[in-house]
Design a binder for this molecule. Structure first.
Ligand SMILES: Nc1ncnc2c1ncn2[C@@H]1O[C@H](COP(=O)(O)OP(=O)(O)OP(=O)(O)O)[C@@H](O)[C@H]1O
Ligand code: SF4
Ligand SMILES: [Mg+2]
Length: 358
């Protein structure tokens, strides 16, 4: 069975991405942490690919390697036909415009000693506005496009609210007309009351500009509202990958089901035995040759100690757990997946479900 996604038409095709970090322990002995382990996925043009998983599962590292912030240990990332991981720093600058980032903490993303306008200027330049006048015009238009008054642009970041600053981060990323934006927890530092507004803004801009998003989020409601495809990561590995609807209606891997359970997302209509994971994610488990969830999984048995490949259970839906494929009933997985996601708990202030678009 394939261990690779089969679509090759994507805008950004990531294959076998691996990242090791070398660190030193308390006795100054060298340690290697495999933060990302053979991760493969495709981000399609104008679509959102989301990565979910607990803290430390390697989500941000995937994005940071793709943005050239860390060198990869292995793997390929082909953006529109060009491998961007093999580029030298100077060569990377040429694709810098095409891949942008929105950070979790908008305040940390702006220079505290400069006006917001000043921080946006290099991005306007990257987008092709070479003189001050045209940069100002582009910046004013970008602020308007995210629903903000231009007057805010001349303030220091500390004098702008978190929600407004995150809108400005989005304006800054989009000013250069990128192909793909890495959104690393774009709403988690914001008040719950304004998360919906930021999600809506991102969705509107995607519909308008056709930009693709690589989204990392803890909040499975935000992922539901934004994503077309979702990968679930555990200790550096993808353990399940599927379309959003397949994942939310027919989650297979005990880890995915544990995450959904913890987030209280299971639709009432799906009668699935709940999965409670024990313990916490630990680095030591990353070195296991077999399934890394063994120590926490209520279904673990001897066979789980051998390496688990990602196996396709239905078109585009892959799972790294032999038991959920061969003995799903013993894990409380119903024979037939729900035909649609009857989950109605999407916050009302998010745009209508993406399912309508599909
Ligand atoms: N620069 C670094 N040097 C050493 N180890 C690192 C570095 N960056 C990340 N790591 C390690 O890599 C692993 C994955 O980290 P990463 O930040 O990608 O996780 P994450 O899924 O984004 O977590 P969170 O949800 O907390 O943001 C962790 O064990 C982390 O300690
Ligand atoms: S392979 Fe075994 S330990 Fe791993 S998730 Fe499946 S049942 Fe649990
Ligand atoms: Mg992170």
């Amino acid at each position: 069975m394939p261990d690779r996604v089969t679509e090759t038409e994507g805008l950004l095709v990531v294959e076998g991405l691996t990242k090791d970090f070398e660190t030193k322990d308390a006795r100054l002995r060298k340690r290697v942490t495999r933060a990302v382990d053979d991760v493969t996925f495709t981000v399609d043009r104008g679509r959102t690919f989301a990565i979910v998983g607990e803290s430390g599962s390697g989500k941000s590292t995937v994005g940071r390697v793709l943005l050239g912030l860390h060198p990869p240990t292995a793997g390929k990332a082909v953006l529109d036909g060009r491998d961007i991981l093999g580029l030298r720093p100077r060569e990377f600058r040429s694709i810098r415009r095409r891949i942008q980032m929105v950070f979790q903490d908008p305040l940390a993303a702006f220079d505290p000693r400069a006006s917001v306008r000043h921080s946006l200027r290099p991005f306007a330049l990257l987008g092709g506005a070479t003189d001050r006048q045209s940069q100002d015009a582009v910046i004013d238009a970008a602020a308007g496009a995210v629903g903000l008054d231009v007057e805010l642009l001349d303030r220091f970041p500390s004098k702008v609210s978190g929600g407004q600053l995150q809108r400005l981060s989005i304006a800054r990323a989009l000013i250069v007309q990128p192909d793909v934006v890495f959104l690393d927890e774009p709403t988690s530092a914001l008040d719950v009351s304004i998360r919906g507004q930021v999600v809506n803004l991102l969705l509107e801009r995607q519909m308008r500009d056709g930009v693709a998003y690589l989204l990392v989020a803890h909040d499975l409601r935000v992922v539901y509202a934004m994503a077309h495809r979702v990968a679930v990561m555990y200790l550096g590995q993808v353990v399940e990958i599927a379309s959003r609807d397949a994942l939310y209606a027919d989650a297979r891997h005990p880890y995915t089901r544990g995450l959904m359970d913890a987030a209280d997302l299971e639709p009432d209509e799906i009668e699935r035995t709940s999965v409670r994971l024990s313990g916490e994610l630990t680095d030591a488990d990353a070195a296991r040759p077999g399934c890394r969830l063994v120590g926490r999984c209520p279904f673990a048995e001897e066979r789980c100690n051998i390496p688990q490949p990602l196996v396709e259970v239905s078109l585009g839906h892959q799972v790294r757990c032999w038991k959920s494929i061969e003995e799903p009933r013993s894990m409380g997985i119903p024979d037939h997946a729900a035909s649609s996601v009857p989950w109605s708990d999407v916050p009302n202030d998010f745009l209508p479900s993406r399912a309508m678009e599909e």
